[in-house]
Structure formats: structure tokens, C-alpha cells
Ligand binder design. Sequence first.
Ligand code: IYR
Length: 219
Amino acid sequence: MPEPHFVPHHDRYVPRESPELAARAFCALMSKRRTVRDYSERDVSLETIEWLVRCAGGAPSGANKQPWRFVAVRDLAVKRAIRAAAEKEEREFYAHRATDEWLADLAPLGTDASKPFLEIAPWLVVVFKQTRGDDESQHYYVNESVGIAVGLFLAAAHHAGLATLTHTPSPMGFLQEVLGRPKHEKAYVLIPVGYPADDCRVPEAALRKKALSEILTVV
Ligand code: IYR
């Protein structure tokens, strides 16, 4: 059994203002984030994507196993292959797989099987969860860990002035094939990253968030 080894936690972040003001300012920043489906072709540098992934990769994870792999796609031929496969699944979803209740829930968002953003956004970042390590070692709390990493990624992208969408064509098995990922990596979410199109519009329904009293209970 390896012995734990501790080091002082000296490199601590201390906001300049009070926790109340700092939290309020961050809330104001994040509440401006919108899920975007209309992207501009304007490019985003690889360096930017690398910083977003570094940020996501700093997320806490079960036993610090970091059970994720980010595949950043900018190659147009690969984006086209992903779009074709995703739209095939989505056509099936909208025509047959989705329940009536599900379709009714999606109606206010105005989504359909057409996914041009998969070709237009300069980057598609496909997040895979690793059910096991590359060396077959165990991973823990994989969904929770990857979910946290994705949250940091979305926040970092927003902070950098970039738009994102958490796209989950289902099933996503085709991403493993198209991107040549090993069996123990399962697609978790596909995140287009870029700038909103000049004429980008977002569904009004998505702006309505629950009131604090509906999401917070203090005991
Ligand atoms: N994957 C489909 C359907 C979809 C499902 C949910 I839940 C959403 O919040 C949005 C869309 C699509 O991307 O259109």
C-alpha cells in the first residue's frame, strides 16, 4: 500500500473582494452563458482549446483517476462524418425513438434532426468517459467525474467568450468508431466550440430558470 504524502496547500486563490461579491460576479458572468446552435465559421485557436481542456482536466475525480479523454476535432472531413452519423441517429430519434412527452418537452427549444453546427463550428470537442484505465485499472464515479470536468470546460469556454452546446446524439456509439477510440472509452457528450453566428438566436424558453427558492433548501 503506498503511503500518503502531504504538501502544504500554499497556492490558494483568495478573491480581492468578499465571497459574496466574488460569487455574485461569477454568477453574473455564468448567467450570460447560452447554449448556442447557430455558429459562425470564425476560427478558434488550438491554444484556446488546449487551455479549456487543461482547465477541465483539473476537475476532481474518483480516486483522482481522471477518467476522461477529450478529442478535439477540426478536420472538416471528420466533422462531416460525425454530422452524417449524428443526423442519421437524430432522424431515427425524432421519427421513432423519442416518446411524445419527450418531443413535447423539446418543442419549445425548436430542435430537429438537422445539425449543421457539427460542420460549421470550428471545433467539435468530443468528451469520452473511460470505464477503465488504459492499463485496465479500475475507475470510480466515472459519470460524476466526467460531468464535473465538462462543467469546468463549459465555464472556461464561456469565460473565454466562446459559445458551446452540450450535444448528445443518442446513441453515441458511432463517435467511438469515427474517432477510433478504444473499447473502454465511451462518448459522453459532444461539445461544439466557437462563436455564435451574427444572426444567432436562442430559444426564449431556455432563458427561464427556476427561482432560487425552487432549487435551494436550507436546513
Ligand atoms: N439529441 C437530440 C434531442 C435533444 C434531447 C435533449 I434531452 C435536449 O435537451 C435537446 C435535444 C438533439 O440534439 O436534437
